[in-house]
Design a protein around this ligand. Structure first.
Ligand code: SAM
Length: 252
């Protein structure tokens, strides 16, 4: 039954760009019932929609895709950087359902780990999967107090719509100042000598207002950005970007 439904759904999806206007009309007519069904049956999707409605200007990327051990080279490099320093407090900002934090635990067995995600359901799922780890907390807001030795901000400061080929100006979708304000707020919570770890962002960390306080760490290797990147004026940049992902804070 489910298989047939998926086949039907994919078939209807193919009508979206059909030459025949009748098929295109059929696509738009059927889209709404599919959306309603997804809203009713898929709790994860529903939580993303609810967060979109309630979070307003605070929301960055709300799609909550994540996977365990998504950034092994980056996490390994961070663990090597801190080898001698104990104890550590690490923040995963935009941790989704917690996999990033659970992965960090394998690299930092003794650290205090804080996972923050604006989506309440994500935090409930993370808390349920946490087991008995007393040095791991999950919350929907950045705790009011506390400094961190490393802040991980992975696949958060971006929007899916910015990947569409015809998006040349991100100003209406996710303007630079939203990225910059969040980076500045996180910078205030990072200790001198700490690491700002960022990947899959729509803007360059080097363009952020606080960037002069940081130096990129060359290990792990830079990553060639395979998605569009935008400049401080929200314009899609045509210059290829080798993306450093780990920055050391060298000034306050
Ligand atoms: C694509 S997921 C990234 C998950 C994980 N960091 C990774 O890279 O696998 C983006 C997450 O950022 C969260 N998010 C978006 N805006 C946020 C905000 N203002 N504060 C905290 N989390 C936020 C979303 O709810 C979502 O779970």
């Amino acid at each position: 039954m489910k298989k047939h439904f998926t086949q039907l759904k994919n078939h209807v999806r193919s009508f979206k760009d059909a030459n025949n206007p009748l098929f295109r009309a059929l696509y738009w007519t059927l889209k709404k019932p599919f959306e309603i069904k997804k809203l009713l049956t898929d709790g994860s999707h529903r939580s993303v929609v609810m967060t979109k409605l309630t979070a307003g200007q605070h929301a960055h990327q709300l799609v909550n895709y994540t996977t365990p051990h998504r950034y092994p080279a980056v996490f390994r490099a961070c663990a090597e950087y801190f080898a001698a320093a104990q104890p550590l407090t690490l923040l995963s900002f935009g941790c989704s359902t917690g996999e990033e934090v659970f992965s960090l635990r394998t690299y930092f067995p003794h650290a205090e780990l804080v996972g923050v995600d604006i989506n309440r359901r994500n935090i409930r799922v993370a808390q349920a999967s946490r087991q008995k780890d007393a040095r791991m907390i999950f919350c929907t807001e950045l705790p009011a107090q506390g400094q961190y030795d490393a802040i991980f901000c992975m696949a958060v400061l971006q929007r899916t719509e910015n990947r569409l080929p015809d998006t040349t100006d991100s100003g209406q979708i996710y303007p630079f100042h939203r990225f910059d304000t969040q980076v500045t707020l996180l910078d205030e919570r990072l200790r001198l000598g700490g690491l700002f770890v960022i990947d899959n962002a729509d803007y360059r960390f080097e363009d952020a207002s606080v960037a002069a306080k940081y130096l990129p760490i060359e290990h792990p290797p830079r990553k060639q950005r395979d998605r569009p990147i935008f400049d401080r004026n929200n314009q899609r940049s045509l210059v290829p970007y080798d993306n450093p992902r780990v920055f050391k804070k060298i000034a306050v």
